[in-house]
Design a protein around this ligand. Structure first.
Ligand SMILES: [Zn+2]
Length: 323
């Protein structure tokens, strides 16, 4: 799921064939004077604030996915029935402008309509006056790869850091193969705010692991960005590895207790000791190991295990390296 922001460009008069395009989506044929239309730049191929960018191919695929999608005013319950619908969507190259990645700049521009009804009057006024300048759009992409090495960002952490430069190139995540486009929503922004991309989830947060774990206790939906997911995955991986070491240590201790018991208390049933060792706490295992070892050493001196293997004569080919 990719959340991105767009900018409402302008309202405008209808071209001849646009009424026909719109009427494909309406229940009854509308006349031009019944409709308000405007354009929205939904997204582009520039590297965004999350150090992600769409390919130009992805923008082309999105242009068909966004057709017919409604834009809603979901932040205000009183206006929840109001919706604009995209009836035309295309990729616009902007000649002469390059992206940070060095590609020609392209943006995805949609045209949307809403009926000029009484209940839409305030909204149309806001759109006209520029108060509602931005939209938030969401889509799903199948591919998210590192711009430096092409590694699939969802499967592994290749080590390249988003936003850092590697030679001439700045590292970002390249989004491709969009699979779905979702509803879009209007974002009311103060008129003086600089028009631009607005992310639904705000600025990069740079939460550390402790903050991420704290946020797990909160209610409602939790959104983790790529860095946060990587940090969490690394931590879980580290804990798994440590847990494996811990399990190995315990297993060795249990075996040692059973072995020493058979030396210290030869009459004691081995299987009973095995069952007892399996259910003991680590502290008890250590205490039993110490006690049995003391007793076993009295009855026969225990050779240290490492002394068991006699050092073998070095093979001839290694002798040349011996001093
Ligand atoms: Zn990489």
């Amino acid at each position: 799921m990719k959340e991105t922001g767009g900018v409402i460009l302008k309202g405008g008069a209808l071209a001849a064939d646009e009424l026909e395009q719109i009427n494909r989506y309406t229940r009854r044929p509308f006349q031009e004077e019944e409709l308000y239309t405007f354009s929205v730049a939904l997204c582009d191929n520039e590297i965004d604030r999350d150090w992600e960018r769409f390919t130009v191919g992805a923008l082309h695929q999105l242009s068909s996915l966004f057709l017919g999608k409604t834009g809603i005013f979901n932040h205000n319950p009183q206006t929840q029935n109001q919706a604009a619908r995209i009836y035309d969507c295309r990729v616009e190259p902007i000649p002469g402008r390059k992206t940070r990645a060095g590609e020609g700049y392209h943006r995805l521009v949609a045209k949307a309509y809403l009926p000029c009804s009484e209940k839409n009057a305030d909204l149309i006024l806001e759109l006209e006056s520029g108060i509602k300048k931005e939209v938030s759009v969401g889509c799903a992409v199948a591919k998210a790869v590192c711009s430096i090495c092409g590694a699939d960002r969802r499967k592994k952490d290749c080590g390249h850091k988003k936003g850092e430069s590697y030679g001439e190139a700045v590292c970002c995540t390249v989004l491709d193969e969009p699979t779905d486009a979702y509803e879009w929503s209007f974002v009311a922004v103060p008129a003086q705010r600089e028009a631009g991309v607005l992310k639904q989830y705000g600025e990069r947060r740079n939460r550390n692991l402790e903050d991420i774990l704290k946020s797990l206790d909160g209610e409602g939906e939790l959104v983790l960005d790529f860095e946060e997911r990587s940090a969490l995955r690394r931590e879980v991986q580290r804990l798994w590895e440590e847990a494996a070491c811990g399990r190995q240590y315990r297993e060795d201790l249990e075996k040692s207790v059973v072995r020493l018991c058979s030396v210290a208390e030869p009459g004691f049933p081995v299987q009973a000791m095995q069952r007892a060792a399996e259910s003991m706490s680590l502290e008890d295992l250590k205490a039993f190991e110490k006690a049995f070892r003391g007793k076993a050493e009295q009855s026969l001196p225990l050779a240290p295990q490492l002394a068991g293997a006699q050092k073998k004569e070095s093979p001839a080919e290694n002798r040349a390296f011996q001093i």
